[in-house]
Design a protein around this ligand. Structure first.
Ligand code: PGA
Length: 255
């Protein structure tokens, strides 16, 4: 057997915490945990205004942004470009998160952002996932189109810098009525890899990490990583609690 791939444990802090001081305190504690559980790859994605400070003190955790615009510079009030992020030595970026899609990011917009971020040599975490399930399974067609359109026109050589996060919207955040299951994730991951194979080729598609996201915590992480065979996890709420996030890193270190 070859060497096991490092599990990617990515924390998406969203619009938290309230100030730099608290952000640095949480980050420091997470770095200490990540230092103990090195077989997991820790990535923290804080709000833009904390990025520079975090990038300069990244230590045992890699840093990522939560979005990036598709042009390098210009008259785009409020936007941050992939090139700016790359120049801060921030290696990762989340694109197409459902909360950004809800604010207007279409597949076409996500695709433009993905292409530019890859051009700027960023590692791109592309989020996909359906709002609801239906008995007929038409949500699978939605998922397929979301992947195909978000990852359209991408040169084959860039696929090594793509990570896909499957986050069923019904399982994300405070409002989530239920979380997904490892069995369901495993099924969806196989489906997603089939779609990725059609977009590139089997050899490339097999290497693309597919992560699970949506109400991950210290109690369910092991299931998604083991039975679910997830290549990693994208974590919202639990990534701001160093104790819980530390437990998840430990689990990922030990699988
Ligand atoms: P959650 O968020 O872990 O708080 O459900 C996940 C996400 O939105 O990436």
């Amino acid at each position: 057997m070859g060497m096991k791939k490092q599990k990617l444990i990515i924390g998406n802090w969203k619009m938290n915490p309230e100030n730099m001081k608290v952000a640095k305190q949480i980050f420091q504690k997470i770095k200490t945990k990540a230092g103990k559980f090195k077989k997991a790859k820790c990535v923290i994605c804080p709000p833009f205004i904390y990025l520079d400070a975090f990038a300069k003190a990244h230590g045992t955790c890699a840093i990522g942004a939560q979005d990036a615009f598709w042009e390098e510079s210009g008259a785009r009030t409020g936007e941050i470009s992939a090139s700016m992020i790359s120049k801060l030595n921030v290696p990762y970026v989340i694109l197409g998160h459902s909360e950004r899609r809800e604010l207007g990011d279409t597949n076409e917009i996500v695709n433009k952002k993905v292409i530019e971020a890859l051009r700027q040599r960023l590692m791109v975490i592309v989020c996909v996932g359906e709002k609801t399930r239906d008995e007929e399974g038409s949500y699978l067609q939605f998922l397929q189109a979301e992947i195909e359109e978000s990852l359209a026109k991408i040169p084959a050589r860039y696929f090594k810098n793509i990570i896909v996060a499957y986050e069923p919207i019904w399982a994300i955040g405070e409002k989530a009525k239920k979380s997904s299951t490892p069995e369901d994730f495993l099924e969806k991951a196989i489906f997603i890899r089939k779609v990725l194979t059609q977009l590139t080729d089997k050899k490339i598609a097999m290497k693309i990490p597919i992560l699970y996201g949506g109400s991950v915590n210290d109690a369910n992480a092991a299931g998604f990583l083991q039975e679910g065979r997830a290549d990693g996890l994208l974590i919202g709420r639990a990534s701001r609690d160093p104790q819980i996030f530390g437990e998840i890193l430990k689990t990922a270190h030990n699988v």
